[in-house]
Design a protein around this ligand. Structure first.
Ligand code: SF4
Length: 348
C-alpha cells in the first residue's frame, strides 16, 4: 500500500455508496484494485443501468465514459479520471467525415446499414442511430453484423477494418464481397474506381496496438513455447487470426485462460492483446498454467489513467468540484438508439 492507495481507500469510505468505480480490463493493476466493477466495454455498458450510486467514475477511455453517461439514470453523473484518454481508433473516424461517407452511399442509391464498433465517439454513434444502424462490440460483432445484413443491401462497418474482416470470415462472407473504403478528409474518393456495390464496406481504421502483431510473432511463440496455444483479440489482422488457435473478445480471452488453467494444467497459453490484461491473467492462473503476451502491447491512452488521477477525481467529487461528462442533448436520442438496439439484439 502507498499513500495514494490509502488516500483512495479513506475517500471511498467517506463517499460510501455514492460512488461506483468501474474499470476496463486494460487498466493497470493499481487502478483495477480500486474498481467495484471491471469488464470489457460491453460488460461495463451492461452494468451501468443497474448501478445505484450517484456518481460513476469510469477508468477507461473517453468513448466508454460517453456510453456510461448515455445509459446512466436520471441525476446520476459520470466522471473520467483522465478526460484526455481517447481511443486511438475512435479518433480515426471523425463524425463529420462519417456523415459525408454515409450521405455519398445513400446518394448512390444504396441502402447501407452502419454498424459502429463501440470504440467510436458519441457523435458517430448518434449518426449510426440516425441511419438505422447499431453499435457492436468485439464480443457481439458477429451477431450484430448478421443483424445489420438482414436490414439493407449492405453494411458499412466502422472503424475497425480488421475486426470487420475477422467477423466477415466467421460469417463466411467471401473476401470479394468486402471492400476497404478509400477516403480522404472530405469523403469517399474517386467513387467510380471503388467497388462500392459490395456487401461489406470497411472503414479504413484499426487499433494500432493490436495491428502491430505480425505473423512471425505467432511463429516465434510456437518455437519458444513448444505445444503452446495461441489466442488473440479480433482487432488483430486476419493474417494473424488464421495462424492462431482461437480469437475472441476480451471476455472470451479471459474465459479461455480460465478454461486452459482448468482443463490443461501445466500447459502454456500465449495471448495477443493489451498487456496489462495478459499479465493479470498470468498472475491469477500462476501454478496452473503459464500465460505469456504475444508481444509488448500497452495502450498509451488507457495508461493515461493512473491511481493518482483516480484519487484527484474522487477528491473533486467529494468537494463537489468535479465536472461530470455532459452529453450533447442533440446526440442523446440517436446515440442511445444505436446502443439500445445492440443491447436488445444481444440481451441486456
Ligand atoms: S487498445 Fe486500441 S482499441 Fe483499445 S483503447 Fe487502446 S487504441 Fe483503442
Amino acid at each position: 500500500m502507498n499513500s495514494t492507495t490509502d488516500a483512495i481507500a479513506v475517500l471511498r469510505k467517506e463517499l460510501g455508496g455514492d460512488i461506483c468505480i468501474m474499470g476496463h480490463h486494460y487498466q493497470n493493476d493499481a487502478v483495477i484494485a480500486h474498481c467495484d466493477i471491471s469488464g470489457d466495454s460491453l460488460e461495463l455498458a451492461r452494468h451501468v443501468p443497474h448501478v445505484d450510486a450517484a456518481h460513476i467514475v469510469l477508468c477507461g477511455v473517453c468513448f466508454m465514459g460517453e456510453s456510461a453517461a448515455l445509459l446512466a439514470g436520471k441525476g446520476q453523473t459520470v466522471h473520467l479520471p483522465e478526460p484526455d484518454a481517447d481511443c486511438l481508433m475512435s479518433a480515426m473516424i471523425p463524425a463529420c467525415l462519417a456523415r459525408s461517407v454515409l450521405k455519398q452511399l445513400a446518394d448512390a442509391g444504396r441502402n447501407i446499414v452502419p454498424l459502429a464498433y463501440a470504440n467510436t465517439s458519441l457523435a458517430v454513434k448518434a449518426l449510426t442511430g440516425e441511419y438505422g444502424g447499431a453499435v457492436c462490440t468485439s464480443a457481439n460483432a458477429t451477431t450484430m453484423l448478421a443483424w445489420a445484413l438482414e436490414r439493407g443491401d449492405g453494411v458499412i462497418f466502422m472503424p475497425d477494418k480488421n475486426l470487420g474482416h475477422n467477423v466477415a470470415n466467421l460469417l463466411g462472407i467471401p473476401v470479394d464481397e468486402r471492400h476497404v473504403l478509400r477516403i480522404d478528409g472530405r469523403g469517399i474518393i474517386d467513387s467510380p474506381s471503388q467497388p462500392l456495390g459490395r456487401k461489406i464496406l470497411l472503414w479504413p481504421g484499426s487499433c494500432s496496438i493490436h495491428a502491430r502483431f505480425r505473423p512471425e510473432f505467432v511463429e516465434e511463440a510456437r518455437a519458444r513455447y513448444r505445444g503452446c496455444r495461441v489466442a488473440v483479440h479480433p482487432e488483430c489482422r486476419q493474417e494473424i487470426v488464421v495462424l492462431c488457435d482461437a480469437a475472441g473478445s476480451t471476455s472470451f480471452l479471459i474465459r479461455e485462460a480460465a478454461r486452459v488453467a482448468e482443463n490443461a494444467p501445466g500447459s502454456t497459453l500465449v495471448i495477443g492483446t493489451e498487456e496489462n490484461l495478459v499479465h493479470r491473467l498470468a498472475a491469477s492462473h500462476r501454478g496452473k498454467c503459464d500465460i505469456f503476451p504475444l508481444s509488448r502491447a500497452i495502450c498509451p491512452e488507457m495508461s493515461k489513467v493512473t491511481e493518482k488521477k483516480l484519487l484527484d477525481v474522487l477528491k473533486d467529487i467529494a468537494a463537489r468540484k468535479s465536472e461530470p461528462l455532459a452529453v450533447d442533448k442533440n446526440l442523446f436520442e440517436p446515440a442511445l438508439l444505436s446502443l439500445t438496439r445492440m443491447l436488445e439484439v444481444c440481451g441486456n
